[in-house]
Design a protein around this ligand. Structure first.
Ligand SMILES: Nc1ncnc2c1ncn2[C@@H]1O[C@H](COP(=O)(O)OP(=O)(O)OP(=O)(O)O)[C@@H](O)[C@H]1O
Ligand SMILES: [Mg+2]
Length: 295
């Protein structure tokens, strides 16, 4: 298995980037770490874990721990466990704390964590150093809703992301091989999937959809009571479908045989050989804290 890095970004309007990143994490078919890296600060310890005591673990702790150990160790020392295959690195508590985060150093370490990584990168444009997280990703997903302002916001943010990533190699590839893609949160409210696919085709082709499901999203990011059997709700079912299709792109065969994908990986700053070498090198240490009311 080859570790895969996905960054979820958003424009204005809070389209559901955090709920998308968390629902993908909870349904990801391989071991995965969710990093809450929104420069506006993290919200999942409150929104998902309902304020559980995470013992000070999180991005802010990484900075301190990295002075004593390597960055990979510092990250693992600060995760909380969601279940046996899923971990969360909580975001900083305040915007002021995020200013001190060494995003480039974290970005470099992502490839060596030994598991797939989903980054909730939050709204962009962000501080320039924060761009390193998306540049390090194999796939950058723009979370978007289906209203006219939301589509405009997604096109705007995709243009910014395209500048950060460099668009020339994306345009040379088929849509499936683009690094920059989008995810529709609630198609048909009011614009259809077809309309949005057309609107995003040349800038961030649609990778898939997440269902509009206020009850499940509320349990994931707003600390509302979880619906019964959350795994079979529309949001989590759609997340599972999307996660399966995205994770497939990280399988070794895809990386080894698809020239466009190899090119895309190369554009993201590494060669396909380097990606192949990213086998799990390290078993994550069990975190003392376990959170996650809605999984
Ligand atoms: N699939 C969905 N169905 C219904 N409501 C959703 C969905 N995803 C997110 N929401 C709701 O939209 C709001 C914003 O969601 P979320 O926090 O995930 O967005 P965000 O883009 O990360 O916003 P922020 O700018 O606060 O980081 C929340 O109230 C959440 O419950
Ligand atoms: Mg968010």
């Amino acid at each position: 298995m080859t570790a895969m890095i996905i960054s979820v970004i958003a424009g204005k309007g809070s389209p559901g980037a955090s709920a998308s990143a968390l629902s993908l994490t909870l349904t990801w078919p391989r071991p995965v770490l969710l990093i809450e890296a929104d420069p506006a600060g993290g919200s999942l310890v409150l929104g998902y874990a309902a304020g559980a005591d995470v013992g000070g673990r999180g991005l802010t702790g990484v900075r301190v721990a990295a002075r004593r150990s390597g960055m990979v160790e510092a990250i693992w020392a600060n995760v909380v466990t969601l279940d046996e295959n899923r971990w969360l690195l909580p975001g900083a508590g305040t915007t002021r704390q995020t200013e001190a985060i060494d995003y480039p150093a974290i970005a470099v370490a992502l490839a060596d964590l030994g598991v797939d990584v989903i980054v909730d990168a939050g709204r962009i444009p962000a501080p320039v150093r924060h761009d390193a997280l998306s540049v390090a990703a194999d796939l950058v997903l723009v979370a978007m809703r289906s209203t006219l302002p939301a589509v405009h916001a997604a096109q705007t943010v995709a243009a910014v992301a395209g500048e950060i990533l460099g668009t020339s190699t994306q345009r040379a590839s088929s849509a499936e091989d683009w690094v920059l893609r989008s995810v529709i949160v609630g198609a048909g409210r009011p614009y259809s999937e077809r309309d949005i696919r057309a609107a995003m085709a040349d800038i961030a082709p649609v990778a898939g959809m997440l269902a509009w499901d206020a009850a499940s999203a509320g349990a994931l990011v707003d600390a509302l009571p979880a619906p019964r059997q959350i795994a079979s709700t529309p949001l989590m079912r759609s997340a599972a479908k999307l996660a399966t299709s995205l994770a497939r792109q990280g399988e070794p065969d895809t990386i080894a045989t698809g020239p466009a994908t190899a090119q895309a990986v190369h554009r993201a700053g590494r060669t396909s050989e380097a990606s192949a070498a990213r086998h799990p090198s390290r078993t994550p240490e069990p975190a003392a804290v376990r959170v996650g009311g809605a999984s």
